[in-house]
Design a binder for this molecule. Sequence first.
Ligand code: ARG
Length: 406
Amino acid sequence: MTKRVVLAYSGGLDTSVAVRWMIENWHVEVVAVLVNVGQDPESSESLDDIRSRALAAGAIECVIVDARDEMAEEFCGRAIATNALYEGKYPLVSALSRPVIVRHLVAQARAFDAQAVAHGSTGKGNDQVRFEVGVHALAPDLEVLAPARSWGMTRADSVDYAARWAIPIQATKDKIYSIDENLWGRAIECGDIEDPWSAPPEEPYTLTRVRTSEPVEMILSFREGRPTALDGQDMALAELIAVLNDRVGATGFGRVDMVENRRVGIKSREVYECPGALALIMAHADLEDLTLERDVHHEKRRLETRWTELVYDGLWFSPLKEALDAFVAETQRFVTGDVRVRVEAPGVARVVGRRSPYALYDHGLATYDADDAFHHEDSVGFVRIFGLGVQTWAARQGARHAAPGT
Ligand code: ARG
């Protein structure tokens, strides 16, 4: 019996070539699965064109799954609640889409009675880790194949290969950037970007190309940690992100330029544009400043880092990540309210106001005005006892912090 493989298909050059290459070299049957996670919103290419390309490459079937709401509600929603920025900067654009794709690959593998799944990632990146660890977490019995790790073809070779098999592709041999995108943003690598010293070129940016110099102010509303409305208008999260990408991105806000640590031990220079993601995380984190109790807030920050590393490393489906989800969910019960965000060209966005019915900010306690309700005399004993240990240490063992020259 011929082995049947379900391939994560993007419609691009590499995965189109992968269909034919696996048929020729591994003698398998290929089912192509295109999971729509909001990639390429401006593409002129219809899904029908993409389907016919997969079939032209030799796939026995091409399934297209619309996972945009799932990606937004479940994956981006959790990333917002967790203020997920890998190494303090990157909102996990590609890392969040992989488990969505994995889940559908596994479902289609079952539906088609396949023995293996395949992906088009190379051996140098994080995505191979995310696909393989993810698939094995959901389906320990499925084999995972990675043709691009074995074929040893350059981009030019792949273009020739596609031509030889009459696979209709739009790619050219001199494509400069490798771009992965979804509704959460765009990840750009290769070309000049590989030199960490050279400033990122304007060319590959689309969402953050400056289109206005008018400052805009907007109100983002959250309910239990989830964004629900923009300027008082309720919106599904996928739509809200798209609107923000447009409105906030128009001012040039949302670019990230970083040298990051990949899971496979390589440092790489990458640039991202993710205006909606960064605005939502900034606003959400600010609302937590107002509503989270101090110890919960401080512990959450530590655990956010851990959660973000797990997701970056491909461990979306893992017991620790799920336990941390439960912690985060518990912290979000009172993260409800509005955040006022001001966006100004070029590329500046900041929170200028926040309010919540559950705010822990107490004006009577905070104010220095006449209506101050704080008991100043209580501080005398509190501060004395708080500093007692250090005071005793200084008296018995001598503090070594005299001002210079005294
Ligand atoms: N470095 C990022 C990550 O690992 C993005 C990788 C995206 N891939 C690409 N072909 N640009 O999540």
